[in-house]
Design a protein around this ligand. Sequence first.
Ligand code: FUB
Length: 340
Amino acid sequence: MKVKKIFFWTTMAASSLLITGTACLNQTSAQLLSNVSLPYQFKATGNPIIRHTYSADPAALVYQDKLYIYAGHDEAPARQEAYIMNEWLVFSSADLTNWTEHPVPLKAKDFSWAKGDAWASQVIERDGKFYWYVAVEHGSIPGKAIGVAVADTPIGPFKDARGSALITNDMTTQYTQIGWDDIDPSVIIDTDGQAYLFWGNSKCYYVKLKKNMIEIDGPITPVKGLSPFTEAPWIHKHKDWYYLSYAVGFPEKTAYSMSKSIHGPWNYGGILNELAGNSNTNHQAIVSFKGKDYFIYHNGAINPDGGSFRRSVCIDRLFYEKDGHIKRIQMTSEGVQQTP
Ligand code: FUB
């Protein structure tokens, strides 16, 4: 069993968190230092759903009867206003109330060519293998890069699938000179079997992936019609609409565009989510699970030390209009109901 150290400041009432795992968190203490054994079981009693550790940039995967959430781990100590993110975390639930945190399945250092920064990511399944697309800082090509890890199960163990980055900053300098545009990968396998990778900061790009899921298969193309795009694209399909949701402005709201084709044209659908409390970023995943649709995001709501660099994953309901538009998300502190 793997043991993870958790440093957690909190003054929340004991009743706000039910822990059924091997560690018991004293919710009334000013500073909490405890060891949590993984796998670790806990109950979500509202938003944020994860309160024993900080979690950011959620990506969701439904596999068999479970929802998996893959998140970056915010490790910055209280009052340090910069990201410290070395690893990704995975959580699973069959009912959105009872959750398990699994042993850490992937770290930035698992990519030998990467320097660090376990930023946003997404996992997708194809032919029984699980592909995890991640943003990291490249070790030798200046700027951020996207790598891909592979596993035989949704909880790993994952290993670098290529031994090199899939996307590097020099592949997109014709579109923007910044070094952090190649982040926030989101992936989809279309109904005809073609896989696509979307990503970006300031500019949103997409590219076809080969069937092996670890090589690109064509030119990198900027996505048009998303303005003003900041980052955090999430591509998904619902009925016969493609949706590209993404962060706009800064601090970030979430907006979306929709199209009948994955190649566009993308029509702006409006704001989907307002500023997420106490966090200047707002990174979403959208998923259907057991007949309902969910919006999974992070905020900085954990007191007193949450904020933009100690973020926490939340889940609220998402509703489509009859014409395919998406209703604005209502962020709640109660969160979602337990699924049957
Ligand atoms: O977590 C690091 C970065 O912050 C992500 O890559 C962005 O989407 C923003 O959430």
